[in-house]
Design a protein around this ligand. Structure first.
Ligand code: FES
Length: 152
């Protein structure tokens, strides 16, 4: 809990700064744990239910701890048209996780993100920031295999 508070001490403890506080924690931790929400509630002096409401309302906030390999499938317009739903289906089928989930080993997590800024390569995904484009089913499976091998 103390660790979570350390992210907040640069921010004025007023209600208007709840989102800023949550963003700050998420930027460092990669997600918002129960402890993070409790810390925000105490720090900003608002009921926990209100903090949970804010987190639920804004899709930018993640409640699930990301895996060692964070798979971000682009769902910007160009990628969506060129097959984001299929990419998600292939990754899900291979890893047994849906979007916004992390596998039981904590190895892979899956999420959708908005435009990654390389639309000419659509459809695109990134893993821990490394971008892969012009994806096909075969290509997706090859990429996942590489990261599975890397994890051993
Ligand atoms: S829409 Fe996917 S990279 Fe721009």
């Amino acid at each position: 809990m103390e660790n979570v508070f350390s992210h907040l001490n640069q921010i004025d403890p007023i209600r208007e700064n709840i989102i800023k506080g949550l963003q700050s924690i998420q930027q460092t931790e990669g997600y918002l744990s129960d402890d993070a929400l409790i810390a925000c509630s105490a720090y900003f002096g608002v009921p926990l239910a209100e903090v949970e409401g804010v987190v639920t309302f804004y899709s930018q906030f993640k409640r699930v701890k990301p895996g060692k390999y964070r798979i971000s499938v682009c769902d910007g317009t160009a990628c969506h048209i060129k097959g984001t739903p299929l990419i998600l289906e292939w990754v899900s089928a291979e890893l047994g996780i849906a979007s916004d989930e992390t596998d039981d080993d904590g190895l892979f997590s899956l999420e959708t993100v908005s435009c990654l800024g390389c639309c000419s390569l659509a459809p695109v995904l990134s893993i821990n920031g490394e971008v892969f484009g012009n994806l096909t089913r075969k290509g997706v499976l090859r990429i996942l295999k590489r990261f599975k091998r890397q994890s051993k």
